[in-house]
Design a protein around this ligand. Structure first.
Ligand SMILES: [Zn+2]
Length: 220
C-alpha cells in the first residue's frame, strides 16, 4: 500500500508503487483500438502511470454482480434472454468479428457460470453511415430474433440504458420498454426530444428484473 494524494486528498493504493529507478512490472492492457498490449510494445518509450480511482473496485464488482444475478433470476423464471447490441467498432475497423465473437463467448460463459442463460446475442456490426436496418434504434435485430425464436413481441420486454434502446423497442412493437438509469448518460432528455417515454424507469438491471418478476422472496 502506498500513500498518495489525489486531487489534494490523502489516500492510498491497494498495491505498492514501483520504487524510483525500479524496473516497471510486466502488465497487459487494451489500447484505444482494442488490441492487447504489453510492456514490450512500449520498449524505449517514456511511460506515464495514470492511477484511476474506481477501476477494479467495488463499483465494477457490484455492477457485474447485479448483471449476473439479474440474468440468473430471469433464467430461473424461465424468461428467455436475448441480447441486442450495436457494435460499429467492427465496421470502423477497431475490432475484428473474431474478437467480438470471443467477447460474446466470454460473456456467455460468465453468465452461465453464475446460473443464467443467454439464449442469443445478436449484434449490428455496421457503421451509422451504412444506414442499415439493424443498428438500434432501428428494430432489425428484434425482428430477426422474432423470426428466429418465434417471439410474440407484445409479450417481449426491451430493457436498455440508452434512448436508442427504448426507441428500438418501441419501433419493434415490444409490449414493454424499461429504461435503466445505470448507463453512462441520462437518456431522458434525448427521449423527451424524441417524444418517446419508456413504460418504466428504474435504477438498474436488478430493479428492472424486480419490476418484471415482482418482489422476490429472500432465499430460505
Ligand atoms: Zn446493422
Amino acid at each position: 500500500m502506498a500513500d498518495i494524494t489525489l486531487q489534494g486528498n490523502p489516500c492510498h493504493t491497494n498495491g505498492e508503487l514501483p520504487a524510483v529507478g525500479a524496473a516497471l512490472p510486466a502488465f497487459s492492457l487494451v489500447d484505444g483500438e482494442l488490441n492487447n498490449r504489453t510492456l514490450d510494445d512500449y520498449a524505449g518509450k517514456r511511460k506515464l502511470i495514470s492511477i484511476v480511482p474506481s477501476l477494479d473496485t467495488g463499483v465494477c464488482a457490484k455492477s457485474t454482480k447485479v448483471f449476473n444475478e439479474a440474468m440468473a433470476a430471469l433464467t430461473a423464471a424461465d424468461i428467455p434472454i436475448i441480447v441486442v447490441t450495436n457494435q460499429s467498432a467492427v465496421a470502423r475497423g477497431l475490432m475484428t468479428p473474431e474478437t467480438l465473437a470471443d467477447m460474446h463467448r466470454r460473456l456467455d460463459r460468465i453468465v452461465t457460470s453464475n446460473g443464467g442463460r443467454i439464449q442469443a446475442i445478436l449484434h449490428c456490426p455496421h457503421h451509422p453511415d451504412d444506414r442499415c436496418g439493424c443498428r438500434k434504434p432501428q428494430p432489425g435485430m428484434i425482428f430477426k430474433a422474432r423470426t428466429r425464436y418465434d417471439l410474440d413481441l407484445k409479450e417481449t420486454i426491451m430493457i436498455g440504458d440508452r434512448a436508442s434502446d427504448i426507441a428500438c423497442g418501441r419501433a419493434a412493437g415490444c409490449g414493454v420498454t424499461i429504461l435503466v438509469r445505470s448507463g453512462p448518460q441520462d437518456a431522458r432528455p434525448k427521449l423527451a426530444g424524441l417524444g418517446i417515454w419508456p413504460d418504466g424507469i428504474v435504477a438498474d438491471l436488478a430493479a428492472a428484473v424486480q419490476t418484471i418478476l415482482g418482489p422476490q422472496d429472500a432465499p430460505p
